[in-house]
Write a protein that binds this ligand. Structure first.
Ligand code: MN
Length: 387
């Protein structure tokens, strides 16, 4: 029986002799023949495909035990196993990426003073717009959280409301910074469960879900929780900056160089989401971006759905934020702005100012303004905002 030596087989398979010896020991890729007297290993060309698969899976970072399972599978099952492994890997990566960013935020900038005297004062407003039959956006401004959710699918309104009901209960104040990130992930998880529960077994439940973009007050900083294509903005010193990245297919295509930003803006599938809180979606599809921001007195924050950001030019949004007095005026003007551009979609926006306030950093007197965040009794839909 002829055969390649371990050195020859290593060369053609892309695996090192050391790796081949290890895979033999593990039963992952035994040689075709072992010379009884010399102990030399010999491999055949029939084993090349198997060896290349092992090499490929190793380069993917798959653990050896899992590789053994995958090699024993038929091709369709192996394909599914690789897909599942990669989804999990990306999810882990996304979580770690988020933690790394969050830690960077935590370590950067000045340490929190012992008595922060800043507070958040906000208002929120949702509007059906001029074209859509149903209002599926929900917004929230409750004195510590600013949020907007854009429901989609037949059960979209319920999904958006359910997600915001979870955010309405979220209270990060007094948590050590190290615990804030975990609390945000937990809130995203709870929101996903709530969306699932809201969808129930109804028709269209599987196609229903919501985006969720929120800024949450920790008592001294603002934490971002973001899934989907809602947006958060900061107006500081007259300049508007965007705090979130859209989780849309077109944005990932722009990143890959397959679309220009100009093409993306008019792409027919520009609102196709790659991340959302949807029934049955597991991470990474529902994985949130989380950040932690230092705030300054005088900052004005906006959280909105694409019914505003995809419709009105950023310069106009900036103008409204810079020229209106109270957050309640700002949200009213922003809805008016969307109408001036035809309001083809539901509109949801929430605005808050960072003001000098109580030592607790919370202005309970600002009063809750929440729309669509049922079933909480103080939540209303389509009401005029109050301060
Ligand atoms: Mn929308």
């Amino acid at each position: 029986m002829d055969g390649m030596t371990i050195g020859e087989f290593a060369r053609v398979s892309g695996l090192s002799p050391k790796a081949l010896r290890l895979y033999d020991d593990l039963g992952l890729l035994p040689p075709a023949r072992v010379d009884a007297s010399s102990g030399y290993r010999f491999y055949t060309t029939d084993q090349l495909e198997h060896a290349r698969l092992v090499s490929w899976l190793r380069r993917l970072g798959m653990p050896l035990a899992r590789i053994r399972d995958v090699c024993a599978m038929d091709r369709p099952r192996a394909a599914r196993a690789v897909r599942e492994f990669w989804a999990r890997t990306e999810s882990d990566h996304a979580v770690r990426r988020g933690l790394a960013l969050f830690l960077t935020d935590h370590l950067q900038g000045e340490a929190d003073g012992p008595r922060s005297r800043l507070a958040l004062r906000g208002a929120a407003l949702g509007d059906r717009g001029r074209v859509r039959a149903e209002h599926q956006d929900a917004v929230l401004a409750n004195g510590r959280t600013l949020a907007a959710a854009d429901g989609f699918g037949p059960r979209g309104a319920g999904a958006a409301a359910a997600a915001l009901a979870v955010l309405d209960r979220l209270d990060l104040r007094g948590l050590p910074t190290e615990a804030v990130s975990a609390a945000l992930f937990e809130a995203a998880d709870d929101a996903r469960t709530a969306v699932h529960r809201a969808a129930g077994d109804a028709d269209g439940a599987a196609e229903s879900g919501t985006t969720l973009t929120a800024l949450c007050w920790t008592g001294s900083r603002l934490a971002t929780l973001h899934i989907g294509d809602g947006r958060a903005y900061l107006l500081r010193d007259g300049r508007l900056s965007r705090l979130t990245e859209d989780h849309t297919l077109v944005r990932s295509m722009v990143e890959d160089g397959r679309l220009t930003p100009e093409e993306a803006a008019v792409h027919p599938q520009r609102s196709l989401l790659i991340r959302a809180l949807a029934d049955g979606d597991a991470p990474p599809a529902s994985h949130p971006d989380t950040r932690l921001r230092h705030v300054r007195a005088g900052d004005r924050y906006l959280v909105c759905t694409d019914g505003l950001s995809a419709v009105a030019p950023e310069a106009d949004v900036r103008h409204v934020l810079a020229t209106t007095a109270a957050p309640a005026d700002a949200v009213r003007e922003l809805v008016r702005l969307a109408h001036a551009f035809g309001a083809p979609d539901n509109v949801g926006c929430a605005v808050a100012d960072v003001v000098e306030g109580e030592a607790t950093g919370v202005d309970e007197n600002a009063g809750p303004v929440a729309q669509g965040a049922a079933p909480s009794a103080r939540c209303r839909r389509n009401d005029a905002p109050t301060i």
